[in-house]
Design a protein around this ligand. Structure first.
Ligand code: PLP
Length: 403
């Protein structure tokens, strides 16, 4: 039996090599099944998931709420057309705008599209209200997506020359440096776009006084303040939205990842004041599609009913204290983050080695750069799961060669 499974995996990997474009460093295994905190590969090996599908599997893997919403909606209406309202679209827009204190929603399938929508809305605002201003200020080390415009908005040094020419109109300034931001503003600026915690950038938060300053600058010049909460939103940081920690509201809010619990879904929300799009300005075949909308409703209701943001906060603190304990015995440092978006530093180069050892030991963790390990488990994680994770991590740290 085991032999059969091994040969199945080998033949799948062979086909993958022949037929799947190599756009990611993928280990030699094939994921087959998920349930709660765990994934299983085609050899039947089980993995405790502290990557959470990259902060996506908010309710865990293959959650009942998503299964139910999908099968119910699939047997009612799969697709109507972006040219018609459908019931779950209206219900989800109503629910999401209520809980976020925003007024209007546009839906898409990926985070990049939500940010593209925010960029378009900012340019529209510039065209309509700011004499054609079109520049957007974003942060160094930020991540906003992989479409051409969102790559241009992204502040990754490695991406500077990639796929030239870049989309024009983005200025990057260092995080938590208000003077630098002020200096970058001119009469072509229409918006400032920031992540409240830079996720891909290694889990670095904006300071409260800095965010307050950005709000002031935007108010002063009538520019839009855009929060990219694609990674930090939907309970991830211990509040439904990370901006609640700062008591500072955006004019535009983008959401993705955890919002669909694994189903492709994203949203751009704004205030009535910036309800500027006219028919034709923005759209997409799958905007507000019934399946995604039904899932969005179900995920959000589950987040609220189970108080998963609260669980993220409690379990995040527990995980963080466990990491501090490990830091007494191993070379891990700079433990940081909020709720269940956490990171720590390891010696140069040890990040991917540690992730590889953990994988072997049945634990998934993510290393966004050579010195950083990031953790973003499902929001349903329990203390027992975290204990299990910490003991595997301890074992893995003991095997590190780089340290
Ligand atoms: C993941 C991410 C995106 C891009 O989302 P996709 O769904 O991959 O297009 C944008 N912004 C932030 C902050 C993200 O974490």
């Amino acid at each position: 039996m085991i032999q059969l499974e091994k040969s199945l995996t080998a033949s799948l990997l062979k086909k993958a090599e022949n037929s799947v474009l190599n756009t990611a460093h993928r280990p030699s295994l094939v994921m087959e099944r998920g349930e709660g905190m765990y994934l299983w590969d085609t050899d039947g090996k089980r993995y405790l998931d502290f990557v959470g599908g990259w902060a996506v599997a908010s309710l865990g893997h293959s959650p009942a709420a998503v299964q139910k919403a999908l099968s119910r909606q699939a047997s009612t209406l799969v697709h109507a057309s972006p040219g018609y309202y459908n019931r779950p679209m209206i219900e989800f827009a109503d629910l999401l705008t209520n809980v976020s204190n925003m007024d209007k929603a546009f839906f898409a399938s990926s985070g990049a599209e939500a940010n593209e929508s925010a960029i378009k809305l900012a340019r529209k605002h510039g065209a309509v209200n700011l004499n054609g201003a079109h520049e957007i200020i974003t942060l160094t080390n930020s991540f906003h997506g992989r479409s051409l415009a969102t790559m241009s908005a992204t502040g990754k040094a490695k991406w500077k020359e990639l796929f030239a020419p870049k989309v024009d109109g983005f200025k990057h300034v260092p995080i938590n440096d208000l003077d630098a931001c002020f200096a970058a503003v001119n009469n072509h600026t229409c918006a400032i776009m920031v992540e409240l915690i830079q996720g891909e950038g290694g889990v670095h938060a904006v300071d409260e006084s800095y965010l307050y300053g950005l709000r002031k600058i935007c108010d002063m010049y009538g520019m839009l303040l855009i929060f990219d909460e694609i990674q930090t939103g939907m309970g991830r940081t211990g509040k439904l939205f990370a901006y609640e920690y700062y008591s500072i509201e955006p004019d535009v809010l983008t959401l993705g990842k955890g919002i669909g619990g694994g189903f492709p879904l994203s949203a751009m929300l704004t205030k009535s004041k910036y309800d500027l799009f006219e028919p034709g300005d923005q759209g997409g075949t799958y905007t507000g599609a019934p399946l995604a909308m039904a899932v969005g409703c179900a995920v959000l209701k589950e987040l609220l009913e189970q108080n998963l943001a609260g669980n993220a906060k409690t379990q995040g603190q527990y995980l963080e204290s466990g990491l501090h304990e490990l830091a007494r015995d191993f070379p891990i440092s700079a433990i940081r983050g909020k709720g269940l978006l956490l990171a720590f530093d390891v010696p140069e180069g040890a990040g991917s080695e540690l992730a590889a050892i953990c994988l072997r030991e049945g634990l998934l963790i993510n290393s966004p750069n050579p010195t950083t390990v990031r953790l973003a488990p499902p929001l349903i994680v329990t203390q027992k799961d975290t204990d299990d994770m910490l003991s595997i991590l301890r074992r893995a740290l003991g095997q590190l060669q780089t340290a």
